[in-house]
Design a protein around this ligand. Structure first.
Ligand SMILES: C[S@@+](CC[C@H](N)C(=O)[O-])C[C@H]1O[C@@H](n2cnc3c(N)ncnc32)[C@H](O)[C@@H]1O
Length: 328
């Protein structure tokens, strides 16, 4: 949600006990004041990329992945019991939620993080005005790399695969019919097939691979779990249907595969208006959300999925819809 005011202050940064312990451990910064100053520095930079409400208000520090509790528990079970249970966090921003899942035991090498932004700003350092001594400074201005700064990690120490792309781009994720568990499992159905699979092989990644993967389509049918939080509410109703269809296209047809998340919702479905920009987005109710997945996305085919959804309210009575879609 865009805001015009980009300023933030340390007074607004409140961490509960679990959050404080998580960020102390994950950043390696034990001193609470220093930790908060570090977080503010990164958030301030991120606001220059795009002034999301959740960055300005530090909402991005919350574990949104825990909101759909049954989905989250199931994610951890998949991670520990299903061979090569690959997990996509779409619209991951800094990657806090997937780092929480890793802390709780999900294998990092089986996670794909994806987000829109990978803008590389190339600037010439002062020395470069002397053309005999070119020095080009590359600054990576995407949220994923701010995540590395926030958590004091880099791609060599943090093994999660990142794939940049726009969810609305048809070549990034193509809409296809949800896979059929009986007929479409030939690609990787047996344990021995799965044991040789890796994200690297599926995405044709090599060390320092270039060009970077342009699409998530090679993962079709291999994703056991997909999570999105504070994401669907960025889009209007028609776009939300398209995005849901794309996620269903990628999901493994194995029973127990899940898509889960949370976003701004409502008791009664309605258009929302974004502060600042005035653009419209759609706020689903649990019933309309369920209907969208059952009818629009899975074509009303009985017994393909089970949808669980509910509304929770924060201290300011704002409504969040949390949900889990499970393949049967
Ligand atoms: C409001 S933030 C939520 C981030 C995180 N999931 C959370 O809960 O804190 C929305 C994220 O979606 C990403 N995003 C926005 N539009 C996108 C698009 N069209 N395709 C992919 N990612 C997009 C943004 O870059 C941002 O990281």
């Amino acid at each position: 949600m865009a805001l015009q005011n980009k300023t933030i202050s340390i007074d607004q940064l409140v961490l509960n006990k679990d959050e404080l312990a998580f960020y102390q451990k994950q950043t390696g910064i034990q001193d609470e004041i220093k930790l908060k100053e570090h977080i503010i520095e990164i958030a301030q930079k991120a606001l220059e990329v795009y002034p999301y409400h959740c960055i300005r208000t530090f909402g991005f520090l919350r574990f949104r992945i825990l909101r759909a509790q049954s989905g989250y528990k199931h994610l951890l079970t998949l991670g520990s019991t299903r061979p090569r249970a690959f997990f996509l966090d779409l619209g991951c921003c800094f990657g806090n939620d997937l780092r929480k899942a890793i802390e709780d035991g999900f294998p990092p090498q089986n996670i794909i993080a994806s987000d829109l932004r990978a803008g590389v700003c190339i600037s010439l350092s002062p020395r470069s005005y002397d053309h005999s001594n070119h020095s080009i400074e590359q600054r990576f201005l995407d949220f994923w790399n701010f995540g590395h700064e926030l958590f004091n990690s880099d791609p060599s120490t943090f093994l999660v695969t990142f794939v940049q792309g726009n969810v609305l781009d048809d070549s990034f994720i193509t809409i296809q019919s949800p896979l059929n568990p009986v007929h479409d499992l030939s690609n990787a159905s047996t344990d021995s097939d799965l044991s040789s699979l890796s994200l690297q092989s599926l995405l044709s990644l090599t060390p320092n691979s270039y060009p970077e993967p342009q699409s998530l389509n090679p993962l079709r049918g291999y994703l056991s779990a997909i999570h999105t939080s504070a994401f669907f509410h960025l889009f209007d109703q028609a776009e939300q249907i398209l995005i849901a269809k794309k996620l269903a296209s990628l999901l493994s047809p194995l029973p127990g595969s899940i898509i889960f998340g949370s976003q701004i919702g409502a008791d009664v479905p309605m258009e929302g208006v974004r502060n600042g920009s005035g653009t419209l987005f759609y706020r689903h109710s649990p019933d309309s959300w369920k209907e969208m997945w059952e009818k629009e996305v899975f074509g009303g085919k009985a017994n393909m999925i089970r949808v669980e959804a509910g509304i929770s309210r924060d201290s300011e009575r704002r409504e969040t819809i949390w949900w889990t879609v499970t393949r049967l």
